[in-house]
Design a protein around this ligand. Structure first.
Ligand SMILES: Nc1nc2c(ncn2[C@@H]2O[C@H](COP(=O)(O)OP(=O)(O)O)[C@@H](O)[C@H]2O)c(=O)[nH]1
Ligand SMILES: [Mg+2]
Length: 196
């Protein structure tokens, strides 16, 4: 049997979550720009270009929906890099992302991507605290783990977790570049979406 998620394909972009239809189950990915979100989605889907669509001008700041299996969605939320820009842009991003996250009864998990080497930034903390306050299911994924020296990996895992008041094992540690942790995360997403 083919691996789950490898059938993923782009279906739609939306600026307003109210324009999205219904689905059986969905998971969302969020993180600051450049954290490795597109690379991770490509690795999970085992496709080179899946998330390329998210780089299409105009779509980087939209909610991008990918379909996998029967009626399951992988949702790529706009990165919060530009959230540090003008206040008006930040407000637009916040309304879009919060509007989506608070309006989806089928949302099973929000994966929050954090750079493994850099650790959680101020905006990562804000996002995670907001998810906690809203009681939304979320899981931290540390990206680009290949950038952390093996001799420092154990301490870095503990430090990143402690910074977020979590245990080291609460955080998924991945490298899209080296394929580390990808099969495990793919399985986790497939299980969340009730996929075989
Ligand atoms: N070393 C390393 N670099 C990565 C990894 N994933 C992404 N990158 C690099 O990080 C940069 C941003 O990646 P991208 O996937 O476009 O991030 P996005 O802006 O969050 O979608 C690119 O230069 C990627 O090549 C990884 O697992 N390891
Ligand atoms: Mg991207």
């Amino acid at each position: 049997m083919a691996q789950p998620l490898t059938d993923a394909r782009f279906v739609t972009s939306a600026a307003d979550a109210r324009k999205l239809g219904v689905c059986h189950a969905e998971v969302a990915f969020v993180g600051r720009s450049n954290v490795g979100k597109s690379s991770l989605l490509n690795a999970l889907a085992n496709q080179k270009q899946l998330a390329r669509v998210s780089k299409t001008p105009g779509r980087t700041r939209l909610i991008n929906v990918f379909l996998t299996g029967p009626d399951r969605w992988i949702v790529d939320l706009p990165g919060y890099g530009f959230a540090t820009g003008p206040a008006a842009e930040r407000a637009t991003w916040q309304a879009m992302v919060e509007g989506y996250l608070t309006s989806r009864p089928t949302l099973r998990m929000v994966f929050v991507l954090v750079d493994a080497e850099v650790g959680p930034t101020k905006l990562d903390h804000q996002m995670i605290e907001w998810l906690r306050a809203e009681g939304l299911p979320h899981r931290i994924v540390a990206t680009k783990s290949d950038q952390v020296k093996p001799s420092k990996a154990l301490k870095q895992r503990k430090d990143v977790a402690a910074d977020l008041h979590l245990q080291a094992t609460d955080i998924a540690w991945v490298s899209a570049a080296k394929g580390l942790g990808i099969p495990e995360l793919r399985r986790e997403v497939a299980d969340l979406l009730d996929l075989k």
